[in-house]
Design a protein around this ligand. Structure first.
Ligand SMILES: [Ca+2]
Length: 543
């Protein structure tokens, strides 16, 4: 079956009664096939055939021309995945934020708002899930990859970029990788992308492009010294690579913005626009989100200008919940940072303490009404703004079903008609049928998330078991803010989920050493005191 005939327009099923022109074509062929048709009937058949062809051309052709624009509509769709970094539930205006995000809202309103899209609580695990369709716990990526780490996404894993390249796509990446930086073999260029512009680690200064003492900005493995605000540079490059794309192939463009992750930095004119916000963290955060939204608007405009609008799937999501000062309040790091913050001037903190304090105190996100935020397995850490958009193919609406970061890879493969190419060993499942209304709702497999402070949770939609030292069970559809522990009412389900969690593969291949972080923190921006990260990777690769 050709890929394009798999689709239905929107999520409604095709009606039993065909449109008149399709009925005409069907009768025509039924008549033509009839061996008992006489000469007079044959003339009528020829006449009907001519009329049928005229109707076919009159009805079908204009829609094809209108729908296709400059691009041939029968090609597999382009795919653009846009990731925000640490954007909270209420950081988008379609969730009632005071920050206007018209471009992100447009993706949600013109496409399908993914109301129950679940990421992991931190950056690297979500990205690992997106790139492999697997449980990041199973890959040993349960926390952000620290700059001191020598491991990344396991090299034997096949990424979304490779799978799409195998389907004839040109896979391009702009932005934050955070799935391994130690050797060139871990870089996006060795993981299925034929182009990479951006940075390898978890976060850079928006203007100085420094991560943890090393300059972290590159194009195709080569350090690139350039001035500019990260969000502006990333979108400029994304727009440029779209214009320069290989037009003989469909495009997969992965744009992983660094915003609104720490450090709180934005152009002063943008901050000025939010002068009415009292809290300084929130003010700068709002400016970062706003710059991100403007950049996404530019990207959408570029997709339109390139004539790709009618044949491009855009998936938008945040990689985890937003960072806010409440997140680490109960943790040792948060308590220490709060205590020291009250007694000492932060400018005199040593780098390790400053890093802890920044994470504990500087976040300006708003995850309300969801509890807690980045780093936590609570809903504010995992349930994130997300939407999918494919004009003319996906019907506008809100998808209430559970969908996880691990489901993205198989979902996109089914969307392009490559369902047979979905690897059999994934944890995620294609949710394409649920998004298009094509068939029964697919399976929503168990989904495990791990927090920064030894918390773990397992989702078996609509249930969620949380183990943070104490075990609780929530019905997240009826109780989205996790207020009522119903474990006593469901002992069988509880023990089954506990057993599943106990047996969940969690090889220890990485992890963060707290002392290493204190001694040499993953700071975002600041002085350079070592080789740029691209150069260090090259040096490590030749050892
Ligand atoms: Ca993040």
């Amino acid at each position: 079956m050709p890929w394009h005939s798999r689709f239905r327009l929107g999520r409604r099923s095709i009606p039993d009664v065909l449109p008149p022109w399709r009925e005409a074509r069907r009768s025509m062929f039924e008549l033509a096939l009839s061996s008992e048709a006489g000469h007079g009937e044959a003339r009528r058949v020829r006449f009907a055939a001519v009329v049928g062809v005229v109707i076919f051309i009159a009805v079908l052709l204009p829609t094809r021309v209108v729908a296709s624009g400059a691009e041939e509509v029968r090609r597999p769709p382009h795919i653009v995945v846009v990731l925000a970094d640490d954007m909270g539930w209420r950081d988008v205006s379609y969730h009632g934020s005071e920050i206007p995000t018209p471009s992100i809202d447009r993706i949600a309103k013109e496409g399908i708002e993914l109301d129950r899209f679940y990421a992991q609580p931190t950056c690297s695990p979500t990205r690992a899930a997106l790139m492999t369709g697997k449980s990041p716990q199973r890959l040993g990526i349960e926390s952000p990859i620290h700059k001191g780490a020598v491991v990344g996404l396991p090299l034997e894993e096949t990424t979304l970029a490779t799978l799409l390249a195998n389907q004839g796509y040109q896979s391009l990446m702009v932005g934050k990788w955070h799935l391994g930086h130690y050797t060139p073999e871990q870089s996006p260029l060795a993981r299925g992308f034929e182009y990479f512009y951006g940075f390898l680690n978890g976060g850079v200064g928006y203007w100085d492009h420094v991560h943890g003492g090393g300059y972290d900005w590159q194009r195709n493995g080569k350090t690139l010294r350039e001035d500019g605000y990260a969000t502006h540079l990333l979108v400029e490059d994304a727009v440029r690579v779209l214009a320069d794309r290989d037009r003989s192939r469909p495009t997969f463009l992965y744009v992983a913005f660094s915003s609104p992750h720490l450090p709180n930095e934005a152009p002063s004119a943008s901050i000025e626009r939010f002068a009415h916000l009292e809290n300084e963290n929130r003010r700068v955060h709002a400016a970062m989100v706003s710059e991100l939204d403007i950049a996404i608007g530019r990207l959408l405009e570029a997709i339109r200008a390139e004539g790709m609008e009618d044949n491009t799937i855009v998936l938008f999501a945040s990689d985890n919940g937003g960072l806010n000062p409440g997140v680490y309040a109960g943790s040792a790091a948060g308590t220490m940072a709060n205590f020291l913050g009250e007694w000492f001037d932060r400018p005199f903190f040593p780098p390790g303490l400053e890093f802890l304090a920044a994470n504990a105190l500087d976040g300006g996100s708003d995850n309300s009404p969801l509890p807690v935020g980045k780093g936590s397995v609570a809903e504010g850490g995992t349930r994130v703004p997300a939407a999918i958009w494919w004009p003319g193919h996906l019907e506008r609406g809100v998808h209430e079903g559970f969908i996880s970061a691990s489901d993205v890879l198989p979902t996109l493969l089914e969307a392009i008609g490559a369902k047979q190419q979905i690897p059999s060993d994934l944890n995620g499942r294609s949710q394409w049928g649920a998004l298009t209304g094509d068939g029964a709702d697919p399976e929503t497999p168990d989904y495990v998330v791990t927090g920064m402070f030894n918390e773990i949770a397992i989702y078996r939609s609509p249930w969620k078991l949380v183990d943070d030292g104490e075990v609780s069970l929530y019905h997240i559809y009826d109780d989205p803010y996790e207020q009522t522990d119903v474990s006593a009412q469901h002992p069988t389900l509880l023990s089954d989920l506990q057993d599943t969690l106990k047996g969940w593969p969690r090889p220890k291949v990485g992890g963060i050493n707290f002392l290493n972080v204190l001694l040499d923190p993953d700071s975002f921006g600041g002085e350079e005191d070592r080789l740029p990260w691209a150069d260090a990777a090259r040096a490590n690769g030749t050892r």
